[in-house]
Every structure is written in structure tokens, then in C-alpha cells.
Design a protein around this ligand. Structure first.
Ligand SMILES: Cc1cc2nc3c(=O)[nH]c(=O)nc-3n(C[C@H](O)[C@H](O)[C@H](O)COP(=O)(O)OP(=O)(O)OC[C@H]3O[C@@H](n4cnc5c(N)ncnc54)[C@H](O)[C@@H]3O)c2cc1C
Length: 467
């Protein structure tokens, strides 16, 4: 494609994770010529499945959960025709051994009070702790979106201190929710992101907290994107790696790949920050301030552990494990060989990364036996631990000052035809599939296509309160 004239040169999108897929879909449907280059042989990036060489089973690298408030991701699923492959759960189950799990579910009260009825009945928290949590929730509702801004740059633990949260509330309630949602310990989490999750994901309306879990392996969700992009006139080139962005002093002239250079009208980089840094020359970095802090974005690990049992152990679709090292268990049902599949997830899993698989299995099994006492003594017949050391960007206090926007900065300038996407870009969201899709839609918008879709509207009372 090296000889393509500039008039007809395509928009080249580097990376076909969710950000790249989202940008490509939006632009292709707007009639723009796009070429996607993806170094792997499949789409989906970090939200992916792999074939386990030990037994040939297709496993997801980790459970990927979405919420009702993920409007852009849901818009993309609708365009890809995969909405029916998501199973929705309105109830959140909290382990409370030796009793059956506690249930949190929206009731008849209007948002932001929709959880009040079921929350009051939770038995895994003491009454004084529940009162403290309710006070903090009320505060979050009252400060509204404007008040959230004042917490930007401070650790979430400051908010915990200011609302006098007891240790039990932090360890058994706030940590399991927010460490999983943001992949960060509360002391390492920018408070504004904790507040985004709770205000927009839990308080503003009763649909937003609904939890969506794919019914099919992730590869079956995102594999369809190629056909969708190509049916709209785009091209997807799998197994092609970008090696550099050829900068002529003013614009990116072409994307250099291991299969030759592709001339481009514009480039959307939809790769993680460390990969983008490798594509940029020193001259390019000094020409665009969005590229100057790429190495300051640190990453946080997630551990997913697949366990297979001869018997069915879980009686609910999922389970939160308050106060335990394992944050969530997902009941993946029965697999082809008849065994029962449980997927355990540990977020911000720094301390687990150097452990051998046997030790990981032992610790997770301890937590499973704690949460499901009737399973005590039952050993798994298969275990597969998947360590993702660079799972998501770390949502540390102050992160917003280094998350770049899609388009070049109007004041500070930058390279006009270089557009940035990826969950790490400035979307206001933590590192999630929704954040990635928002960034992709924002990138498409920067190039003139329709972009980011509206949020779920707040319920009337929540809106009155400022949410
Ligand atoms: C273990 C784990 C669990 C998670 N759980 C959840 C969850 O429950 N809910 C949720 O919402 N989010 C979750 N996430 C986060 C979510 O997966 C990411 O936020 C999202 O997938 C990021 O998409 P992206 O397109 O920004 O980046 P990526 O998915 O990283 O996509 C980048 C793509 O670029 C390609 N690429 C890189 N370099 C080049 C190159 N030089 N040339 C060509 N191609 C290149 C890569 O192969 C990749 O396909 C999880 C992530 C992990 C790792």
C-alpha cells in the first residue's frame, strides 16, 4: 500500500483491542476508509480468550464484567449484534458463611435509595458499619458530580477518613467493590474514580448497577468485529505489527509495519502507552505534548484463576468474598467434559505475581472453602492461573494530569493527524472495556464521525441531589 496517494489514503488504526474496534466501527460506518493493523491473529486485545495448551480448552484470560452504565460498550455490542450474548444480573451476592449468601438488589425506592431495603438486611456487616456506609453513600449523593471534582488527585482513603469509615466497612465493603472496579487498592486509587464508580454505577439510577457477564468466550464476542468493520468497507489486517510512525515534521505520513509502510490520512493509535512509546521517534515526542508522559503511566496486575471440580459447588451465579484475598468467584457452569468451572478473580494482585500456581491454587481454595463451607475438602481436578502483570493502567491519585486526550491540544498544539485511543486515554473512566470503547468513539469523533453516546440519565431524585 506504500504508493497510495494522500487524497485516498486511509485512516490507519493501530491495535484492534476494544478501543481500536470501536474507532474502526464508527469510522467505517460513517463511510471513512479505515485500515486496522493488529499484531495478533485475533481481535479483542486484553479482553480475550486463549487455548490452554495443557488440555486444548478455550479459556478467557479473565472474567470481563460490564455494568448497565456502560452505554458506549453496549452501543458497540448492539452494532456487532452480540447484545444477546450478555447475561444480566440485578442481584449482587455476598458470601456470609456459614449462612446462604446475602443479597443486594434494587428495590422499589427511587434512586439513589434503591438499594436501601436490601442493604438494611445484609447480615455480613454489623449495624454500626452499615450506618457508617450509608452515611458515606449519602455524602456521595449529596456532593454530586461537582463535589467529585474536589476529590480529584487525592487517595480514596482520604474520603474514607473524612466519612469516618470503620475498618470493617473498608475491608468488607469498599475494598471488594472498588478494588475490583478500578483494579487499585484504596490507598492507590484517585478518589474521583472511586466516586465515579459509586455515583454513576450505583447511586444515580437503578439500572446502572446491573452486572453483565458474557455467556460465551470473549473471542466469540469480539471475533465478529472484523466482519462488521469489513462489511462497512474497512480493512482489518491481522498478524501485522506497527513498527513506527513516520513523522515528516508536521504530520504522520505513514505507519511503518513489518509488512511495509501504509500511507495514511490520519493515524489512530489504539495501543497501550508503552507500545505507543516504541512507535514514536524523539522528534515526534517533542512535537506533541500528549506523548511526553507515556512512561509515567504505571500498570496494575490482575490474577484470574480457573478451577475445575467434579461437583457443582456454587449455588449463585457469582459471589463477592468480603474481607478475603480473593475478591470474586464466578460460576461458569458445566464444561464439555462434565466438570464444573469456577473462575476466581483477584484485582490489584501485586502480591500474587511471583507465587507459583500450586500456592495460588491453595490460597484461592482456602477462600472457596471459607465462602462455600459445604465444599470444604473438595479439591479441584484442574487449575489454571492466568497472571496479567500489565492488566490495566494504575488509577493512582493525580493520574488525570497524564492521561492524554484523543485530539491534539488546542492550546499546546501537537500533531494534527495523530489521534490517541485506549483505555488509558482521558475518558474520565477507570481502565475498563467501557473506557476503551469511549476512547475509540472519541477518536472517531475527532476525525469527524459520530462519537461518544449519552450516559444513562439520572433518576429524578438523584438528579435533584446533583447526580
Ligand atoms: C485480566 C483482566 C481483567 C479485566 N477485567 C475487566 C472487567 O471485568 N471489566 C472491564 O470493563 N474491563 C476489564 N479489564 C480491562 C479491559 O480488558 C481493558 O480496559 C480493555 O480491553 C482495553 O482495551 P484497549 O483497546 O484500550 O487496549 P488493548 O486491549 O490492550 O488493545 C491494544 C491492541 O493493540 C495491539 N497492539 C499492540 N502493539 C501493537 C503494534 N505495534 N502493532 C499492531 N497492534 C498492536 C495489541 O495486540 C492489542 O490487541 C480487564 C483487563 C484484564 C487484563
Amino acid at each position: 500500500m506504500g504508493g497510495t496517494s494522500r487524497v485516498t489514503a486511509p485512516i490507519v488504526i493501530v491495535g484492534a483491542g476494544l478501543a481500536g474496534i470501536a474507532a474502526a466501527t464508527r469510522l467505517a460506518f460513517a463511510g471513512r476508509p479505515v485500515v486496522v493493523v493488529e499484531s495478533r491473529r485475533r481481535l479483542g486485545g486484553r479482553a480475550t480468550s486463549f487455548v490452554d495448551p495443557r488440555d486444548g480448552a478455550t479459556l478467557d484470560n479473565c472474567q470481563h464484567v460490564l455494568m448497565g452504565c456502560c452505554t458506549n460498550l453496549l452501543d458497540l455490542y448492539e452494532r456487532m449484534g452480540v447484545l444477546d450474548r450478555i447475561e444480566w444480573h440485578r442481584r449482587i451476592f455476598w458470601a456470609n458463611p456459614p449462612h446462604e449468601p446475602d443479597v443486594m438488589a434494587p428495590g422499589w425506592l427511587p434512586a439513589p435509595a434503591h438499594f436501601a431495603g436490601s442493604f438494611r438486611k445484609l447480615r455480613f456487616l454489623t449495624d454500626p458499619t452499615k450506618r457508617a456506609i450509608a452515611r458515606a453513600m449519602w455524602r456521595m449523593a449529596r456532593i454530586g458530580v461537582d463535589g467529585r471534582e474536589r476529590w480529584r488527585g487525592r487517595p480514596f482513603t482520604d474520603f474514607m477518613r473524612e466519612t469516618s469509615q470503620p475498618d470493617e466497612a473498608i475491608a468488607r465493603f469498599w475494598e471488594p467493590i472498588l478494588t475490583s472496579a478500578c483494579n487499585a487498592r484504596l490507598s492507590d486509587l484517585d478518589a474521583s474514580y472511586g466516586l465515579v464508580v459509586l455515583q454513576e454505577g450505583f447511586l444515580q439510577d437503578s439500572w446502572s448497577p446491573a452486572m453483565g457477564v458474557p455467556r460465551v468466550p470473549l473471542v466469540e464476542l469480539y471475533g465478529r468485529a472484523q466482519g462488521i468493520i469489513e462489511s462497512a468497507g474497512g480493512r482489518v489486517r491481522l498478524g501485522v505489527s506497527a513498527l513506527g510512525l513516520a513523522f515528516d515534521g508536521k504530520r504522520i505520513a505513514s505507519v511503518v509495519t513489518d509488512e511495509g509502510a501504509i500511507d495514511c490520512a490520519s493515524v489512530i493509535s489504539a495501543v497501550p502507552p508503552d507500545r505507543l512509546a516504541k512507535l514514536c521517534s524523539g522528534t515526534l515526542v517533542s512535537a506533541d505534548c500528549r506523548l511526553s508522559k507515556l512512561d509515567a503511566i504505571s500498570m496494575s496486575p490482575i490474577l484470574g484463576v480457573h478451577l475445575f471440580f467434579d461437583e457443582s459447588l456454587m449455588r449463585t451465579a457469582h459471589l463477592v468474598l468480603p474481607g478475603r484475598a480473593t475478591h470474586w468467584l464466578f460460576n461458569k457452569g458445566q464444561v464439555e467434559d462434565g466438570r464444573h468451572h469456577i473462575h476466581a478473580v483477584i484485582s490489584a494482585a501485586d502480591e500474587w505475581m511471583d507465587l507459583p500456581e500450586g500456592e495460588i491454587a491453595r490460597r484461592v481454595l482456602d477462600d472457596i472453602w471459607w465462602a462455600l463451607p459445604w465444599a470444604r475438602g473438595l479439591e479441584p481436578t484442574g487449575v489454571r492461573a492466568v497472571k496479567e502483570k500489565r492488566a490495566t493502567f494504575a488509577c493512582v491519585p493525580g493520574i488525570d494530569s497524564i492521561r492524554p486526550s484523543a485530539a491534539r491540544d488546542a492550546v499546546k498544539g501537537g500533531v494534527e493527524n495523530l489521534v490517541l485511543a485506549g483505555d488509558w486515554c482521558a475518558t474520565g473512566w477507570p481502565a475498563t472495556m467501557e473506557g476503551a470503547v469511549r476512547s475509540g468513539y472519541a477518536a472517531a469523533m475527532a476525525l469527524g464521525a459520530p462519537g461518544v453516546v449519552a450516559d444513562v440519565p439520572s433518576a429524578p431524585l438523584a438528579r435533584l441531589l446533583g447526580l
